[in-house]
Design a binder for this molecule. Structure first.
Ligand SMILES: *Cc1c(COP(=O)(O)O)cnc(C)c1O
Length: 436
């Protein structure tokens, strides 16, 4: 049967009349790769199925959360049980403390934690808290790091913005943007220079320790330690945005990998087990400033939602159930990326492969990629050819060169072998269309 997206095409046309661009989050629209996004009917394990009846091996994993694969029986059961007890109370539950404790056990830098509903809310609140705690207004972020879509951080913000070529959104007031200082990632001199110029005014540095929103980029040796030292020297807080990297780069996040204790950490994606959950937390003396313990206001009608807590707790239980869980996930990610590298080299393509834990990226560039500028040198056209060939062969990758891929515990050796085989064909096509 020939690959067809006819039904998705009509669904997309209709959606566009009611929803801006037909989607509720921009990257889903396939704008950068062109074509029609498959409309999804269901997903289970490592597979996702569209309304045209196509099945795909899924490496998007809802952009990170689905570390157990889709519709994991333990999560489905936990959700059904929770739903029968009511879906929201606007009152405290034991489960909120339970999930908070589970998270803190794995990320010891977090001494207190507040649950919110999205990563955007987590970083927005963490910044307000840093400003409240230090009495300073400015913040530093890194080019290509994405922390959500609120005003202060929608400056030089990575994937969505990178893909669409609008690093700064209209509607962000100049008065807000001017309090955001942006410097390149992996360049300590530029960060030092920013602090030299306005160190007294900087409340916090917010960083994706292993950025995943300009594709996956890894820190140079000692870089994160240097960032922390600069913060400490100037009395600015260090905020690790581990919304993506938490439980993905390693069980304890990138802070475990690099041995750094940030002042505050933002989490999301995996901790909600596929439901809308995120959190911010960190040093007790800072977190005690959060309302109602302290004066910094932050609230949420559905925060700590019982369904979301149930999914989060069930996920955390499985992640912690065996040491082998993360070993296997890492090994599978290595097997996939090394398999892809071999196939690329066979047709003479020299690409940049990055991976950490269950996150991976492949840049269509023959130069090292270490920051936003170097990521942007990738051959986007070659990526697009590769992407569509993979999609037609039943492999679902994120529709942008600047997104990260995710391995789940549901991916089998057979899935990986099929993906590598499909890649051989896709790389061949890239060479035919774009050259080497
Ligand atoms: C996804 C992401 C966010 C935003 O989370 P949402 O739940 O989409 O608001 C923030 N920071 C990082 C690092 C992310 O990857």
């Amino acid at each position: 049967m020939a690959f067809s997206l006819d039904r998705s095409q009509s669904a997309f046309a209709e959606a566009k009349q009611y929803i801006p661009g037909g989607v509720n989050s921009p990257v889903r629209s396939f704008r950068s790769v062109g074509g029609t996004p498959p409309f999804i009917e269901k997903a289970t394990g490592s597979k996702i199925y569209d309304i045209d009846g196509n099945a795909y091996i899924d490496y998007v994993g809802s952009y990170g959360p689905m570390i157990l694969g889709h519709a994991h029986p333990a999560i489905v059961t936990a959700l059904c049980e929770a739903a029968q007890r009511g879906t929201s109370y606007g009152a405290p539950t034991i489960q909120e403390t339970e999930l908070a404790k589970m998270v803190m056990k794995v990320l010891p830098s977090i001494e207190m934690l507040r649950m919110v509903n999205s990563g955007t809310e987590a970083t927005m609140s963490a910044l307000r808290l840093a400003r409240a705690f230090t009495g300073r207004d400015k913040i530093v972020k890194f080019e290509g790091c994405y922390h959500g879509h609120h005003d202060s951080l929608l400056v030089k913000a990575g994937s969505g913005a990178t893909t669409f070529g609008v690093p700064d959104s209209p509607g962000v007031p100049q008065s807000v943007a001017q309090n955001t200082i942006t410097v390149p990632y992996n360049n300590i001199e530029e960060l030092e220079a920013a602090f030299k110029a306005s160190g007294e005014e900087i409340a916090a540095v917010i960083i994706e320790p292993t950025p995943g929103n300009m594709g996956l980029i890894l820190p140079k040796e000692g870089y994160l330690q240097q960032v922390q030292a600069v913060c400490q020297k100037h009395g600015a807080l260090l905020i690790f945005d581990e919304v993506m990297s938490g439980f993905r780069s390693a069980y304890g996040g990138s802070q475990a990998v690099y041995g750094i204790k940030p002042d505050l950490t933002c989490l999301g994606k995996v901790i909600g087990g596929g439901l809308p959950v995120a959190a911010y937390g960190g040093r007790r003396d800072i977190m005690e400033q959060v309302s109602p313990a302290g004066p910094m206001y932050q609230a949420g009608t559905l925060s700590g939602n019982p369904l979301a807590m149930a999914a989060g707790i069930a996920t955390m239980k499985l992640l912690g159930s065996s040491n082998n869980f993360f070993v296997k996930l890492n090994d599978n990610t290595i097997a996939l990326t090394e398999g892809l590298r071999t196939q690329a080299e066979r047709v003479g393509l020299n690409l940049q492969f990055h991976r950490i834990g269950s996150m991976f990226s492949m840049f269509f560039s023959n130069e090292p990629v270490y920051d936003y500028q170097s990521a942007c040198k990738s051959n986007v056209k070659a990526f697009n050819v590769y992407f569509h060939s993979m999609l037609e062969q039943g492999i679902y990758l994120a529709p942008s060169q600047f997104e990260t891929g995710f391995m789940s515990a549901a991916h089998s050796d057979a899935d990986i072998a099929i993906t590598i085989k499909a890649s051989a064909k896709a790389f061949q096509k890239v060479v035919e269309v774009c050259g080497k």
